[in-house]
Design a protein around this ligand. Structure first.
Ligand SMILES: NC(=O)C1=CN([C@@H]2O[C@H](COP(=O)(O)OP(=O)(O)OC[C@H]3O[C@@H](n4cnc5c(N)ncnc54)[C@H](OP(=O)(O)O)[C@@H]3O)[C@@H](O)[C@H]2O)C=CC1
Ligand SMILES: O=C(O)[C@H](O)COP(=O)(O)O
Length: 484
């Protein structure tokens, strides 16, 4: 048997059947650590993609007629199945996304919690009744019944870094809202995505309601996003990909969760131990491959030396190594990503940044790197590394910190560390971001909080309740009463 024949090729789920592509082409998943491939997925053909979309369109009609409670039962059962498959799914996340095993296990548990909360939140989705008499030119004999209806077929496209959580964060709210889903996982993440759909299938998923589409985004992406039966696109990934989708998908509602360059703004009165601990864990966990990772530090000059020393100290507590050992910093997703990060570090060092810690590389593993005295002419001041490197930019005033924070093309989150709550709130109001964390690291969770990015960080809102609202639309029925 040849080496290629020993690689497991995972099938896709199309209209209730697990199938292999008629193209007979598979895509081998890379191991970020350079170990053997964890398997392969099918490169689906255009006609298989069409069948997935039209099957979902058909299945949605029945699903929309089900009560919230019936839909919720499927979701609860999905969460139970995910937990039963926890070890297998966590191993897949570890092998294809290079995530530390214990974080991968936490991702599965977090996802089950997410799905269960979504099921219950769906049941609490109430419409409203508006009386026409409350408007000057209106009439008290008119009543608007405002209900939330499904949108139809949601195209869910997810990134590699949270291949289970960020996929379920689209699929579960879409389903509870009465939609069908065509799910295209990141190729590097597609085995985990396939396994989570296997769990959903075991939970009693109606045939065609969620169809799994595997294949390279560069090959099938345009076809998917421009298909006339796609009613909404819910995308998480890089800003470049997101912007290109938004240009091509005309008149289709979009939810885009894109890149970030989240600053930690540290004021002179901050608790520096707390700030340093949050910067180290917020910037380096999962090797900085989180949209919400702290990606730059803006610190008042007077406190910069002390803060840098404390961050370095906290960095000693980071475990660097293999995903199997549950390390915090593990090899990056592929060599292109690692080369990109190395290039950013080299550019900064050439232009005068000081390496306070790190700047070592072994294969795709980049040691956590802290760059001090970063200036605005360096690429690392502006670009999203999606890797374990934090630039420290020293500022002379709070206004300078706000200006640099807002000069970024991104606007996901920002942290402010200070004991002065009033000032923190004032600064927060000035920052062009979706969320501000006061005295805490930037992060998405808990998952029922609203989550959104502005500028190049995204369009539309998520977070369990928001996600259900974003993937349903209001339907207004006006009752015109005869004069009583
Ligand atoms: N704001 C947020 O909530 C989050 C944002 N992100 C961002 O995601 C990025 C990292 O994820 P990464 O997976 O590398 O992002 P990519 O943009 O490379 O890929 C995301 C998804 O888009 C698919 N895709 C690629 N090209 C196209 C196309 N032309 N049309 C449609 N789909 C396409 C990919 O498929 P394939 O894998 O086959 O190429 C993948 O499924 C970072 O920038 C990060 O900040 C990540 C998590 C959360
Ligand atoms: O979008 C991401 O990268 C993840 O959802 C981040 O989630 P976290 O901030 O809770 O790690």
């Amino acid at each position: 048997m040849s080496e290629v024949e020993t690689i497991k090729a995972y099938p896709f789920l199309l209209n209730g059947e697990w199938q292999n592509t008629t193209s007979e082409r598979t895509i081998e998943i890379e191991s970020p650590s350079g170990a053997e491939t964890p398997g392969a997925v099918q490169a689906m053909t255009e006609s298989e993609v069409n069948a997935a979309i039209s099957g979902a369109n058909e299945a949605q009609k029945n699903w929309a007629r089900k009560s919230f409670d019936e839909r919720a039962q499927v979701l609860h059962s999905w969460a139970d199945q995910l937990l039963l498959m926890k070890d297998e799914i966590a191993e897949a996340i570890m092998k294809e996304a290079g995530k530390g095993l214990s974080s991968a296990e936490k991702e599965v548990v977090r996802t089950a919690d997410f799905i269960k909360y979504t099921a219950e939140e769906g049941k609490r989705l109430h419409g409203e009744l508006i009386n026409g008499g409350s408007f000057n030119a209106g009439s008290a004999n008119k009543f608007a019944l405002v209900n939330r209806n499904p949108i139809g077929v949601v195209l869910a496209i997810s990134p590699f870094n949270y291949p289970v959580n960020l996929s379920a964060a689209k699929i579960a709210p879409a389903l509870i809202g009465g939609n069908a889903v065509v799910f295209k996982p990141a190729t590097q993440g597609a085995i985990s995505g396939t396994l989570m759909i296997e769990a959903l299938d075991k939970a009693g998923l109606p045939s065609g309601l969620v169809n799994l589409v595997t294949g390279k985004g560069a090959e099938i992406g345009d076809h998917l996003i421009t298909h006339p039966l796609i009613d909404l696109i819910n995308f998480t990934g890089g800003s470049q990909t997101g912007k290109s989708i938004s240009q091509k998908a005309s008149m289709v509602p979009l939810i885009l969760e894109l890149g970030g360059k989240d600053p930690a703004i540290v004021l002179e009165d901050a608790d520096l131990d707390k700030a340093a601990a949050d910067i180290a864990s917020g910037g380096f966990s999962y090797s900085g491959q989180r949209c919400t990772a702290i990606k730059r530090v803006l610190v008042q000059d007077e406190k910069a030396d002390e803060l840098v020393a404390k961050i370095k100290e906290k960095m000693n507590g980071l475990k660097v190594g293999a995903p199997e050992d549950s390390a915090d910093v593990t090899p990056l997703i592929n060599s292109k990503a690692a080369d990109y990060v190395t290039g950013l570090i080299d550019d900064a060092v050439e232009k005068g940044a000081e390496v306070a810690s790190g700047n070592q590389r072994e294969g795709n593993l980049i040691y956590p790197t802290l760059l001090d005295s970063v200036t605005k002419d360096m690429q690392i001041a502006w670009e999203e590394p999606f890797g374990p490197v934090i630039p420290v930019i020293r500022v002379e005033s709070v206004d300078e910190a706000i200006n640099i924070a807002n000069e970024s093309e991104y606007g996901l989150q920002a942290s402010i560390f200070t004991k002065n709550m009033e000032q923190a709130i004032q600064i927060g109001n000035e920052l062009e971001v979706g969320s501000v964390q006061i005295n805490g690291k930037t992060e998405r969770g808990p998952d029922h909080f609203p989550f959104l990015g502005v500028k190049s960080s995204g369009v539309g809102g998520q977070g369990i309740r928001k996600s259900i609202e974003s993937m349903t639309r209001e339907k207004v029925t006006v009752l015109n009463m005869t004069q009583g």
